[in-house]
Design a protein around this ligand. Sequence first.
Ligand SMILES: [Zn+2]
Length: 259
Amino acid sequence: MLVIDSHCHLNDDSLFLKRKQLIEEAYKDDVKIIICPSDSYKSSLRALLIAGEFENVYYAVGIHPSEVKNTTEEEYNDVKKIKSKKLVAIGEIGLDFYWEKDEKQRKLQIEAFKDQIRHANELKLPIIVHSRDAINETLKVLREVKPLYGGVMHCYSGPKEMVKDFIDLGLYISFGGPLTFTNAKTPKEACLATPLDRLLVETDSPYLSPHPFRGKENSPKQVRLVLKALANIKDISEEEAARITSENAARLFHVKTNL
Ligand SMILES: [Zn+2]
């Protein structure tokens, strides 16, 4: 079986030093490919490094909306120069209005989001979208500056009614730990509303540990618990869910799955 963790911050301070162990443990549990997104200049450099070290890790570079205000112009431009054969996307980029209440700062997030979508289009790469408390604004930006090479709504937390809007823009819908929470109605409904050929699974490690590890540090092998929840919701076997979500991730990110 092959499972892909489509979103795992191996470059995060809490995981970086134990990355080898985490990647090996995940591999033993059939989580054989990991996509490592970035959120800052520093984490983008680390992602490049990790993908160079491990054959089964691919990466994305980008400035997370919450990091936009902490990034110098020089760093912002330098992130765009980071590339290698294993760069598979630009992200995570998007809007986070949960942590940002200031209107001026929100406008800066929107500008950086648009600019990074254009950059992805120039590089012919998909985007990894972070959206928190800003689902309508996110859709508005994506309609204005269309991602030409697809992308993914990472850890989708929007309503089921909007799934189709994102799919119509060529995006995939990815689910993480919240899908396993007993009281999580919204992600379960959104998962039901997503066609099988547009579903991805992720951990968002070190965050969002699935049930029963909620609140603890997450790791890529735990994507198996998300996969299990997804299989249950879609009423398919885990093997089928693994095959479908891996094919989807491989199609979106253009990664080889013959590992
Ligand atoms: Zn993330």
